[in-house]
Design a protein around this ligand. Structure first.
Ligand code: NAD
Length: 227
């Protein structure tokens, strides 16, 4: 089976009702990301950060995978599919995709604020600063905030090196190191981009840009790949 590597960003979840950054002028649900998604924000105002991620979890609980997420699952019938996602939602999981790698963390996990190895999967939507890890420190969202290291990047690089086909869906390719992953594919690997807007990718051979929203774009992709 050919290895189909898929890099997803906020745009694939837009049609499930979860807003992207770019479409909100760099704001994330009316917040400046620097106020809610950085270690400094957590240091300065942990209550605001906790409330922000509580809202994100509640919003996610009311959202469902869309046709694009479901098509990526269907592609597993013919391809060895691996999804590297920048998203913190769980819509790929809820579409039953098998191999999902979260570069930027997950909304439905919390972790100790003193020991990054103490990670807790949760179905609880709302946390308070009273919720502690087993070592007694406050629980923080298991999210890679701006300015933090991306522990999953080496795994993602290895996956990209093996790609027979790379598909990029709903990401402006502006956030590093994720945006640099395209540089690790083998020469002449076909790349399909699904995004209604231009994305920040250097001139590479073999790029096909399907300029549609993710749901329609993924239908078109499936047609092309099934030929
Ligand atoms: P981005 O907001 O920078 O870019 C979103 C891209 O999606 C844009 O190129 C836009 O043209 C495209 N887009 C918008 N609607 C689309 C649609 N219906 N179908 C296909 N494409 C569409 O997002 P990013 O590149 O993922 O990077 C921002 C960071 O924001 C990531 O690190 C991510 O963790 C975080 N984020 C995550 C979520 C989520 O988990 N769903 C939501 C917002 C932001």
């Amino acid at each position: 089976m050919k290895k189909l590597i898929i890099l997803t960003g906020a745009g694939i979840s837009a049609e499930s009702g979860i807003k992207t950054f770019r479409d909100s002028d760099g704001l994330w649900e009316n917040h400046n990301v620097m106020d809610v998604a950085t270690p400094e924000a957590w240091e300065k105002n942990p209550q605001l950060v906790t409330d922000f991620y509580n809202e994100r979890r509640i919003q996610l609980s009311k959202s469902k995978p869309n046709r694009a997420h479901l098509i990526l699952k269907e592609l597993e019938k013919k391809f060895d599919v691996k999804i590297i996602t920048q998203n913190v939602d769980d819509l790929h999981e809820r579409a039953n995709s098998k191999n999902i790698y979260h570069l930027h963390g997950e909304l439905n996990k919390m972790r100790s604020s003193v020991d990054e190895n103490l990670i807790y999967k949760t179905t609880k939507l709302e946390y308070s600063l009273e919720d502690k890890c087993e070592k007694g420190s406050v629980l923080r969202p298991h999210i890679v905030w701006f300015g933090e290291a991306v522990p999953m990047i080496d795994t993602a690089i290895d996956i990209c090196k093996e790609a027979d086909i790379l598909v990029i869906i709903g990401t402006g390719l502006n956030v590093y190191p994720a945006a640099g992953l395209v540089n690790y594919i083998k020469d002449n690997t076909p790349i399909y981009i699904i995004d209604p807007a231009e994305v920040n990718i250097s001139n590479m051979p073999n790029i096909t840009h399907i300029k549609n929203k993710a749901t329609i774009g993924c239908e078109k992709l499936m047609e092309i790949l099934n030929k």
